[in-house]
Each structure stands twice: as structure tokens, then as C-alpha cells.
Write a protein that binds this ligand. Sequence first.
Ligand SMILES: Nc1ncnc2c1ncn2[C@@H]1O[C@H](COP(=O)(O)OP(=O)(O)O)[C@@H](O)[C@H]1O
Ligand SMILES: [Mg+2]
Length: 327
Amino acid sequence: MSLLEVTDLCVGFHMPGRDVQVVDKVSFTLEEGQTLAIVGESGSGKTQTAFSIVGLLADNGYSWGSVKFEGKELIGLRESELNKVRAEKIAMIFQDPMTSLNPYIRVIDQLAEVLVQHKGVSRQQAEAESIRMLDAVKLPDGKNIARRFPHECSGGMRQRIMIAMALLCRPKLLIADEPTTALDVTVQAQMLELFKSLTDEFGTALIMITHDLGVVAGLADKMMVMYAGRAVEKGTVDELFYDPRHPYTLGLLTSTPHVEERSRRLNPITGSPPNIENLPRGCTFHPRCAFRFERCFAEIPAIREFEPGRSKACHCEGKLVFEENVA
Ligand SMILES: Nc1ncnc2c1ncn2[C@@H]1O[C@H](COP(=O)(O)OP(=O)(O)O)[C@@H](O)[C@H]1O
Ligand SMILES: [Mg+2]
């Protein structure tokens, strides 16, 4: 049994006069301590996939399919039970730390409160543990920072405080949604380093959501690429980086500086992602695809395993070779 087994997960939204499906049959598994990167352009359904796993979809949203966490089905679970799982086992952190932090409450009070509430420890124990966690996320002076209000901390510090808060109850699974996007490059690198060391130290499984492939290398074990609400390629990070089999994955790599030498010779993907309410016929990626052929205009490629542990939703067979574009 995997820690997390997501099978044919779908997300829809009630909209005035219509319903819109934004996630279509996404499946993946995650083992204890493993890191999965979910990658794709803005609007591809990454956040809604994460929200549906933790039951945090907007009021007009609904999900179907299956999300099994430690063997227990989370979809359709009562709110009270879901709250329990969220509090004790799954933590989520967001791009903007102020989504999780209250600007008017001292850092130590926010952190300690989490532990008192969910772990039933004494206030004194909770404070000591909170300061330990602030040190664990490598804040220069945990004791001092604990006494500040969030607005008295820098963006990088707040991010670390939020990670400390997420890890306080020692979750089995941490879902981080673009946690470094708002940070400058140096701080971003430090945060990724921190994620790596913390998941190693605490054995936490991590789902890292990002539109930036630069974030994935060195951090994740597995990777899932999403396009227009679907998973289009899945495999290990090494497999997808060094031998991408979906033209979209190749395009993303090509658009990421310094990921791969040979990328520089290839054209990055042009155009923009489709409107989810008006998807192209056939493969939704075909209008932007350099490898398309007749079948792609007419037939939606199902995701299929083409090698053990590797799958893609593409009609192309074998390795992707640019014939015309290679200089
Ligand atoms: N409450 C909502 N009602 C209707 N559509 C929504 C709602 N929230 C998100 N969406 C749509 O869901 C799609 C996927 O969004 P999202 O998962 O946030 O993408 P991303 O990959 O950038 O995280 C987008 O087209 C977005 O507009
Ligand atoms: Mg998002």
C-alpha cells in the first residue's frame, strides 16, 4: 500500500449556467518519504488537484475519483474526519505565507497554538517545540523571531515560519503549492535546500507543485507533467529530464535555462495553453506540438504505460527526435 494513491481524480466547478471540468482523471502514487513534483503551466490544474486531495476546493467545486491516504478514502469523507486527517497527517503550504499566518498574532503564539490544539501538549512544551522547529527551518535566531509579529519578518523568514508551522505536527505528507515563486532566486535556492533536508530529516513525503522545472532537479524523485487538466507524462525526474517522451515535457525543458545543454538548439513551445472550456479536438496539445500528425487532430491520446513506471498521453512512439530542427 502506498502512502497516497490517487486514481482517476477529477475536479469540476459549478459556474453560472454550466459546469466546467478542470481536472480529468489524474492518477499517481506516492510512497512514504518520497517527493513528487507536479509541473505545468499556469491553469493546468495543479492547484485544484492539490486542493481536492485535502478537500479544500472552493464552494462551487466538487471532485470524484479516488484519493486513498494510508488506505483510507478521502473523497466523500465527512468534514470533521477530513479536518482530523488534515490536522494530523497532511499539511499544505501556499505561495503566499500570509494565507497561513495571522499578521496580528506573534509567531510563537501561532505555532504553539497548533500544537496545543492538535497534539494536546502543554503550553510550555508547545513553545519549546515551536522554537526547536524554528531552528530546524534554519532561522538565524529562533527565540528572537518567535517573539515577532509576522509583519516584522522578511518574506524569506515568513516562508520559513510557514514551513515550520506545516511541519510542527510531523505530517506524513506535505503539499507545497509554488512555495518559492514569490521569492528571489537566492532565497528560492535556500528554500529548496531546506525542503530537501527537512523531508530527509523527518521522512515527510512531499508534493511540490511548480511551473518551474528548475525547482524540480535535485529535489523530487518523481514527476508528473500536467497540461489542460490532464497528466500527460509521468516517470522519475531523471527519466523525464534526460529522456522526455511527451513533446510538452520536452518543450518545458527547452524553456528552462540551463536544464540541459542540448535544449538550447531546440525551439521552446510557442503559443499559450488552451481555454479549459474550449479545448481543441483530439490531443489538447496538438496546436502547439512540433511532432503532431493526423491522428493527433482527431483522437485524444489516453495516458498509457509504455515502460514500467513510465507513462504518457501521446500518440508518438519511442524517443522524440527533432528531424527538421536539429542544426
Ligand atoms: N472556483 C473556481 N471556479 C471555477 N473555475 C475555477 C475555480 N478555481 C479554479 N478554477 C479554474 O480551474 C483551472 C485550473 O486552475 P488551477 O488548478 O488553479 O491551475 P494551476 O495549474 O495554475 O494551479 C483554471 O482554468 C481555473 O480558472
Ligand atoms: Mg496554482
